[in-house]
Design a binder for this molecule. Structure first.
Ligand SMILES: Nc1ncnc2c1ncn2[C@@H]1O[C@H](COP(=O)(O)OP(=O)(O)OP(=O)(O)O)[C@@H](O)[C@H]1O
Ligand SMILES: CC(C)(CO)[C@@H](O)C(=O)NCCC(=O)O
Ligand SMILES: [K+]
Length: 271
C-alpha cells in the first residue's frame, strides 16, 4: 500500500492506496507547532481507528505548500515507517511541462491537481481548487501547465467579513436561495456564496477565452466545491479525490527510479 499526504495551509489530507484504489482517507488540521512525535501519534491513531496496519505501507509520497511544517512531518514518517518520503518538488518526475516564469514557484498542490486531471480527463482543462485559497489552473490540449489565477478562499473571505465589521456575525456557509435578503445572516450568506459564484464564473469565462480552445473541461475539487458547483453550469465535474489521485499517479511515475536509488543506497551501505 502507498500512503499519500497532501499538506495544505488548513488541512493535511492523507490517503491510503491499495493498487489504484483509495481505500482510506483522513483529514487532520495543519498545525505548524506540532512536533514529529505528535504527528507520529496521530498517524498511529488514524491507522488504528480504521483497523489498518502500519506495516502494510510500502512507500510514502507527499506534496506540501507549507514549507515550515515539513521538517516535523518528514521526521515523523521516518520514525513511524522507517521510510524516507518522496516529496513532490525539483527532481521528481511529474511528466508535465510547467510554463510558469519560474516553475519552482507554482504550488505543488496545483501541479499535482494538473497531473491528475490531465491523466483522468485529458486536455484542454481548467481546474478549480476550493481550498484556503481558490486556485484556477489552465492545461493545454497536450498537457502543458499554462498558469492560472489565485483568489482568496471562500472561508477566508467570509472570516474577513465578520472579523472586520462589529455587527456582522460568523455565518454558516449555506445558500439562502435569494439575494434580496431580509436579515443579516442571509444577506451575508448571499454575498459570500453568490458573490463567489460570480467570481468563479467570470474567471472560468475569461480563462476559457484566453485558452482559445474548444471543449474546455472544467474540473473542481476541495471541500467547498459542491456548494459552488451546484450553483453554476460552468463547472462540469466535481472530483473530491483529485489531489490524492494525483499523488498516486506521480508516485507511479517515479516508482522504478526510486526503487533503484534505494537499492543502490543499501548496496553502498553494505560495502
Ligand atoms: N462545509 C463547510 N462549511 C464551512 N467551511 C468549510 C466547509 N468545508 C470546508 N470548509 C473550510 O473551507 C476551507 C477550505 O476547505 P478545503 O477542505 O477545501 O481545503 P483544505 O484542504 O482545508 O485547504 P488547503 O488544501 O488549503 O489546506 C477550510 O478552511 C475549511 O475548514
Ligand atoms: C495558492 C496555494 C496557497 C493554494 O494551496 C498554493 O498553491 C501556493 O502556496 N502556491 C504558491 C504560489 C503559486 O502557485 O504561484
Ligand atoms: K487542498
Amino acid at each position: 500500500m502507498i500512503l499519500v499526504f497532501d499538506v495544505g495551509n488548513t488541512n493535511i489530507v492523507l490517503g491510503l492506496y491499495k493498487d489504484n484504489d483509495l481505500i482510506e482517507s483522513w483529514r487532520i488540521a495543519t498545525d505548524k507547532d506540532k512536533s514529529s512525535d505528535e504527528y507520529g501519534i496521530l498517524i498511529h491513531q488514524l491507522f488504528q481507528y480504521s483497523g489498518r496496519n502500519l506495516e502494510d505501507v510500502e512507500d510514502v509520497i507527499m506534496s506540501s505548500v507549507v514549507p515550515n511544517i515539513m521538517y516535523s512531518l518528514e521526521h515523523s514518517i521516518r520514525k513511524v515507517f522507517n521510510i524516507e518520503p518522496l516529496v513532490v518538488g525539483p527532481g521528481v518526475k511529474t511528466g508535465m511541462d510547467i510554463k510558469y516564469d519560474n516553475p519552482k514557484q507554482v504550488g505543488a498542490d496545483r501541479i499535482v491537481n494538473a497531473v491528475s486531471a490531465f491523466e483522468k480527463y485529458g486536455g484542454p482543462l481548467i481546474i478549480v481548487d476550493f481550498g484556503t485559497a481558490t486556485t484556477f489552473c489552465a492545461i493545454s490540449p497536450k498537457g502543458e501547465y499554462l498558469g492560472g489565477t489565485i483568489a482568496p478562499g471562500i472561508k477566508i473571505s467570509s472570516d474577513a467579513l465578520f472579523q472586520r465589521a462589529a455587527k456582522l456575525p460568523r455565518v454558516e456557509l449555506v445558500k439562502p436561495g435569494k439575494v434580496i435578503c431580509k436579515n443579516t445572516v442571509n444577506s451575508m450568506q448571499a454575498g459570500i456564496i453568490y458573490g463567489y459564484v460570480g467570481l468563479v464564473e467570470y474567471i472560468i469565462k475569461k480563462m476559457t477565452r484566453e485558452l482559445k480552445q474548444q471543449d474546455v473541461k472544467v474540473i473542481a475539487t476541495g471541500g467547498l466545491s459542491t456548494l459552488i458547483a451546484s450553483e453554476t453550469k460552468h463547472i462540469h465535474i466535481v472530483d473530491k479525490t483529485l489531489t490524492l489521485d494525483g499523488l498516486k499517479i506521480i508516485y507511479t511515475r517515479n516508482k522504478e527510479e526510486r526503487k533503484e536509488k534505494i537499492a543502490t543506497e543499501i548496496e553502498l551501505r553494505e560495502i
